[in-house]
Design a protein around this ligand. Structure first.
Ligand code: T4K
Length: 372
């Protein structure tokens, strides 16, 4: 049986905004000739995101990777930073780029997030911070990690790349730790094409981040600190503002996609994609494929799906600790749970844009393969 699609069905097809709404914002850029450097659209989007999330401050940047780097620079971290290995390479690479050492720590296999006890054990004399990731937008226990960081006298900040508008412990993500960094990349539930947002409660930290994203300038010819160019262009902010207007509708469509996958997979194979206990955009449909129960392994399944133009992904295989430049280093942690999850995780094409009929076809195909 073939279901081969003419065009690829990919994980997280970017949301396309309403064209006339986008045109309205683009016209504002063209009318004023202001394309960059903390322009009015960037400031407007910062206010709208801060208001939506309930954060005191939002600082937009060119992407989340640079956002993490700017934040680590501003926090003046030294030595080691604890990170999960079950994350996108941007997380440890941002740490390394700052001349810091990422220490890979084990995850909790049920939440896919950093394990608190393992993190406690990973803290050493050179640890200056914990960089926790809200994988799939499921909150990484902000309160418990804050208690640990306070007790150890180290910084805590979050890679919230997946977590826009997600809730954890009864609150929207965005106000935890020293700061949280969201990705606004095209593949995210809310996007600017490329972009990142740092949210924080601290006005002082936000002021420093704004200065550092703009080369460190504090006046026309005065530089106060080492900065970089991490500014978000106005045209990217235009895309973000247009997308924000229909964000709630696209989340509803993503939730429906997730629901259809859950129903289909449960009915056909008695498995479920991971479920979201608190409010989540449901942008990621993630299955832990039980290779021992079915006729095909996770990897054969992925290959077969690709053959049908269904570009399922193995995020975050094989684990950052097994990828260059970290492979071969002997970390001090056991990463058994991480490796097991890396061998099982399967991310299916989802989001607001995929047709529900396509989801049904994909699940039917998976069922046929699973039955052998
Ligand atoms: N921390 C975490 C935990 C992250 O997951 C990420 C990024 C970051 C930090 C860093 O955030 P940024 O610095 O990027 O703001 C994608 C994204 O590029 C990346 O942003 C994301 N995480 C990661 C999980 O996924 P790839 O290399 O797997 O994506 P790619 O190019 O294969 O795109 C996925 C599919 O989407 C493709 O099959 C094609 C489709 N697509 C993609 C783009 C960009 C489109 O249809 N249109 C598009 O414009 O990394």
């Amino acid at each position: 049986m073939s279901i081969r699609f003419e065009t690829p069905r990919v994980v997280n097809v970017p949301i396309i905004p309403d064209r006339s709404t986008l045109q309205r914002y683009v016209d504002r850029v063209l009318d004023t000739g202001r394309f960059s450097n903390n322009g009015p659209l960037v400031r407007e989007l910062e206010s709208r995101i801060a208001e939506r999330i309930g954060a005191a401050e939002c600082v937009l940047v060119a992407n989340a990777t640079l956002g993490l780097q700017l934040l680590m620079k501003a926090l003046d971290l030294t030595g080691e930073v604890i990170v999960p290995s079950f994350t996108f390479m941007a997380t440890p690479n941002a740490v390394s780029w700052q001349g810091l050492t990422p220490v890979f720590c084990e995850i909790d296999s049920t939440t896919h997030n950093l394990d608190l006890r393992a993190c406690e054990r990973a803290i050493g004399p050179d640890t200056s911070a914990i960089l926790a990731v809200h994988v799939w937008g499921r909150g990484c226990r902000p309160t418990a990690f804050q208690t640990l960081a306070d007790r150890e006298g180290i910084s805590l900040f979050f890679d919230a790349a997946h977590g826009f508008d997600c809730w954890s412990e009864g609150h929207r993500l965005g106000c935890n730790g020293e700061a949280e960094v969201f990705s606004l990349h095209a593949t995210k539930s809310f996007h600017c094409g490329e972009g990142g947002a740092i949210t924080t409660r601290s006005a002082e930290l936000a002021r420093e981040l704004r200065m550092r994203r703009n080369f460190g300038f504090t006046g026309y010819d005065r530089i106060s600190t080492i900065g970089i160019n991490a500014k978000l262009p106005e045209l990217s902010a235009a895309l973000g503002l247009a997308n924000l207007e229909t964000y709630d509708e696209s989340v509803s469509a993503s939730k429906e996609t997730h629901r259809v996958y859950t129903d289909e997979l449960e009915r056909r194979l008695d498995i479920r994609p991971i479920q979201y206990a608190e409010h989540n955009h449901c942008h990621y449909v993630v299955v832990e494929w039980p290779s021992d129960r079915f006729a095909v392994s996770r990897d054969t399944l992925v290959d077969s799906l690709h053959g049908e133009n269904v570009i399922a992904r193995r995020y975050f295989y094989p684990g950052c600790h097994r990828m260059t430049p970290y492979a071969g280093e002997t970390g001090r942690m056991n990463l058994g749970q991480t490796e097991e999850l890396c061998a099982r995780a399967l991310v299916l094409p989802a989001g607001a844009q995929i047709e529900k009929a396509d989801v049904t076809k994909i699940c039917e195909f998976i069922e046929r393969l699973a039955d052998g």
